[in-house]
Design a protein around this ligand. Structure first.
Ligand code: HEM
Length: 133
């Protein structure tokens, strides 16, 4: 991840967020991707969930360098770990693919560089979450 990735990611997330259905679309895609995922969100208020996710995406971006953010990510990782929500590491790959799919649908300037930026920016946070399973 470099500065250009962060800029591309930021601009893209802003363009996507202009349309409130963006994260709802992500959850529709993600829930449809696996029965395990659908079951995990059976009792979840997905509108509230989408709001939290947006905040956490920015948190993930800062995952590698800001220690305060790392504390938040630590809490998020614990919440997703086997002792709490029990989110298996392989589900994160599905999560990222469906998120990128939603970005593709909602960002009018989407291209291969944008996709690479999303993946590179979120990867360190994802690796961290997986490592804490
Ligand atoms: C790095 C990727 C992810 C991020 C940034 C993320 C973010 C979040 C956030 C911010 C919350 C709310 C935390 C809280 O309750 O305080 C949450 C809850 C949750 N996440 Fe994730 N998540 C990720 C990956 C996943 C994956 C792969 C799954 C797989 C099914 C998942 C399933 C859930 C569930 C079931 C909840 C609880 C929902 C509820 O309260 O009913 N998450 N996630």
């Amino acid at each position: 991840m470099n500065e250009t990735d962060v800029e591309l990611f930021n601009d893209s997330i802003e363009r996507c967020s202009c349309r409130p259905e963006f994260l709802n679309r992500f959850y529709t895609l993600f829930l449809a991707s696996s029965d395990t995922v659908a079951r995990k969100f059976e009792h979840t208020d997905l509108r509230a969930q989408a709001r939290m996710l947006k905040t956490s995406l920015y948190m993930m971006m800062s995952a590698t360098y800001e220690s305060e953010r790392v504390v938040h990510l630590e809490r998020l990782a614990r919440r997703h770990s086997r002792s709490d929500l029990d989110i298996k590491p392989e589900l994160y790959d599905l999560w990222l693919d469906r998120l990128v799919q939603a970005v593709k649908e909602f960002d009018p300037m989407f291209d291969i560089e944008t996709e690479t930026a999303w993946r590179r920016v979120l990867q360190p946070g994802i690796e961290f979450m997986k490592s804490r399973y």
